[in-house]
Each structure stands twice: as structure tokens, then as C-alpha cells.
Design a protein around this ligand. Sequence first.
Ligand code: FAD
Length: 496
Amino acid sequence: MPNLSRRRMLGGSAVAAGAALATATVSSSSPAQAAPGDPALTADVVIVGGGLSGLTAARDLVGGGKSVIVLEARDRAGGRVYGMPLGDGTTSEGGAEFIGPTQDRIAALATSLGVQTFPTYNTGKNVYYRNGKRSLYATDGLLGAVPPDWGILDLEIAMLRIGDMAKKITPGTPWTAAEAEEWDSQTVHTWSRGATISNGARFLLDAFISSTLSCRSKDVSMLYVLNYVASAGNETNPGNIDRLINTKAGGQESRFVGGSQEVPLRLAAQLGDRIKYNAPVRRIVQENGGVRVEADGVNVSAKRVVVAMSPAIANKIEFLPGLPASRAQLMQRFPMGSVAKFVAVYDTPFWRAEGLTGQALADSGAIDATFDNSPPDGSRGILMGFINQTNIRRLDGKSPAEVTAAGLDSFTKMFGTKASTPLRTAFQRWDNETWSGGGPVGYTAPGVLTEFGPALREPCGLVHWAGTETSTYWTGYMDGAVRSGERVAQELLPLL
Ligand SMILES: Cc1cc2nc3c(=O)[nH]c(=O)nc-3n(C[C@H](O)[C@H](O)[C@H](O)COP(=O)(O)OP(=O)(O)OC[C@H]3O[C@@H](n4cnc5c(N)ncnc54)[C@H](O)[C@@H]3O)c2cc1C
């Protein structure tokens, strides 16, 4: 499958916004509602969440001359973008990592912050580990990166059908499609068992879902996945499945020099003390024509609030008065995928010398997809593997040593015995993270988008919504997060 691996208008205005960031101020006062001893702040807008969506919204609002306070639950910015410490003073991407064509908004943001990209290592053959057998395959043949499994034609026909169906979706509003009810009444599993006849094609379709959404095909609505495919593009290039899943010319084409976390960290540095860390928001109260946002250690009064996170995590916040039922129910029906990243560090990227890309796909073991995560100069080798859905749940309660053993066992099956003796290892689980609840993205089961989808971006009084899940293009990706922050700032500026 095209690498079946994970994931396959700022420009000059950013400079202006950056300059404004340096000069705008945050006002402070003492509203009556502040808890004794807690600082009480005021701003035009309070943003809940210091991930890429919240930080981008803050940048644009400050650029528009508004005062902003960002309340972030963690002690760091970036949310699902995180540099995982390797124990030697360096980091490797523990969350979001790749960027590809048509992901224009994250690209523009990174450029404005001086963060460069470099190509994901993609020279040589991929590894396919299936039914206990390891095989190698080239990704530049007629079938592209599709692994050599029986049922490839069956798969190709199914993929073409998915592509045709996705063309009928308007990205961001899939519930408006003529066949929306039909597609939202079945899971990808149900659809694929009707659309294919071979085990190989079914396995690869399941692997497509696992590697892009970190859930099982039986968890997710066909309509959701068709929208995901349709959103893998931009205003001038319609989304398609190849761009979604490929490395070459796809979503996994490039990485960031210094790691993806450089983008949110540099943006957060520009926002300075407008960001309050270790400040989980517990309650949002709309009263007296404004909002009061109550976080641990600080309260903020503002004209409007942006909730910049996944619907599932927003559901942990208490809203007074309560949200409309369609929004409240949507947040109960938008679970996160289950994913972890496991990395092993070696003296050299030894697989390169053996003619391998470092990309693999497996049907067994803890890790189902891998990448070469080495630094740009290849001065040391880093293999990264995804532990997705059922596989990560199987590691519940296991010690770090047991998780490490499971990860190295997978790498060894894929890349040989050299993989069993790394210099060091690290892993990052997202499903156990209080302020993420999983990753890479929230998804919906059948029946949700057609009934509750219109509530996804609709403001609830003075409460506005951002987060990659709300994005029209590249929902689920860093690009979608940035787009959603830009969209919500544009939504707010005329109202302030
Ligand atoms: C393992 C993994 C791999 C990924 N790979 C890629 C990739 O290769 N390429 C790509 O483009 N994308 C990838 N993604 C997806 C990408 O990380 C997300 O789409 C993006 O970072 C989401 O940004 P966001 O601002 O919408 O949400 P988040 O990053 O989740 O930000 C929300 C913020 O809100 C904070 N928060 C939550 N609750 C509260 C509260 N009550 N009070 C205050 N703060 C709160 C959180 O701490 C967080 O900082 C990956 C994600 C994961 C987990």
C-alpha cells in the first residue's frame, strides 16, 4: 500500500503579525468572580489550548490588534506536536512529524518562523511483513508503494472506488453529499467486506485505516474516511488518497529540521507571557455579555473564548449555561484514535546500507508501520514505529521494559538482528495523555456526522471552536490545526 505508513494566508502577514506580537499588551484587572488568591486577567479573547490551532488563532488575533490570553493545561506548548526526549539531550518527534504537498498553511507558518524542512528518507525498498514472512518491494514500480500481496487488483479497484466516492464530498461538510446517509450508515469494515473479495485487500484497507487514523476499520464511518480523503488537498488541488498515504508527493514527504516541535515552540516564544502554562481550564461561564474562563490558578474574563482542541477533550470542560444538545452530543461522539510512537537509536542508519528506506508494514507484532527518523545528516540512525489501536491497548499495564521488548521484537522482524541492539529507545503513548486522550485525530462512528456534524464549527454564543478536527482541509494534521486557528481568528475579528 502506498507506504501504508502514518500519514502518508500567512506569508507576509505572518511577519506583520509577528511584529504585532512583540508590541501588543495584555491588560489585567480584578473581576469579582476570581477565586481568592488567584490572579484574574482580562483580554479581548481567551484561547483554551496552546496547540498549533490555539497558537495560530492567538497570533492572528494579536496581529489584528486584539488582546489575547492563552490558557494551556500542560507545562509546554504544542499539544500533539511534541519532541520526545531520547535521554541524551536530544529529542525525536513523539507526535506529529511529517509535512507534504498542499499543506500550505503549516508550511507558511514554519517558513515565517525560520523552521526548514528536509525530505523524509525514502531511498530503496520497503519491508512487508505478512503471515510470518518478510519481503522487500520497490515503491517506484507500476503499483507505486503497494506491497506485493495477493489481492492487489482487488485492492486497487476498492481504492479507485474510494477515490470516486471522495470526489462527491465537499471537504469539511461531508453531511451535504447526496449519498451522505448511505455512507454514514456503515463502517469502513462493513463497506470493504462488500467491496472486496480477498484477504489481502481487506488487510491492506484495514492497515490504511490503522495507519492514518489509529483506529480499527470497524470503529469508523465510511463517510468520515471519505471526507478525510477529500480533505487531503487544498483550495486548488482536490484531496486524494495517494496524497494522503504516500511518502513521495504525499503527506509524509518531508520533516522539519530540529523536529516539528520547533514550530509551536517558536510561535509560543513570540506570544510570550500571553500564554499561561499549567492552567487547565475547568469551566467556561457565559454571563453579563462576556465570558469567564476558570482555570487552575487563574481566571480570565473576556469578550469571547476559543476552545482550540479536539471535541473529545473539550468535553472535559464544564460549560455554563450548558451547550446546545447538538454540540454537547457531538463532543460525546468524537473519540480519539489510540496511538504510540516507539523509537530506537543506532550508531548508523544501518538499513540504508542494505538498500532499505526504513519504511515497513506488518500484520503482526506491536508495531504496524515504521519510518526512518534519523536526523537530516544521517549521523545516527533512528527507527520509528507506530503502535496503533488494539496493539497499544494490549500493552496496557506493561512495564516500560516490556513495551521496549515488544517494540524491538517488531523492528528485528522487519530489519534484522542489528535492530535488536539499539543505543537507546523511547516511546510516547498518547492514549494515556490526560490533555490529548489519544491521537492522531478524533474520528466518528456511523451516524454521527450526518446528525451532529453541522455543530462542529458553529459558535455557541460567545464560545468559538478551533482544532484540527474542525478544519476543512487536512483535518487531522498540523496543517488542519493551523487552518482552523486562522479560520477562527477571521470569524472573531469582525465581532470584537
Ligand atoms: C502520534 C501522532 C502522530 C502524528 N503525526 C502527524 C504528522 O506526521 N503530520 C501531521 O501534520 N500531523 C500529525 N499528527 C496530528 C497533529 O499532531 C494534530 O493534528 C495537531 O497537532 C492538532 O493540533 P490542535 O491544536 O488542533 O490540537 P492539540 O495539539 O491537541 O492542542 C490542544 C491543546 O489544548 C490543551 N488542552 C486540552 N485541554 C485543555 C484544558 N481543559 N485547558 C487548557 N488546555 C487544554 C492541550 O494540552 C493541547 O496543548 C500526529 C499526531 C499524533 C498524536
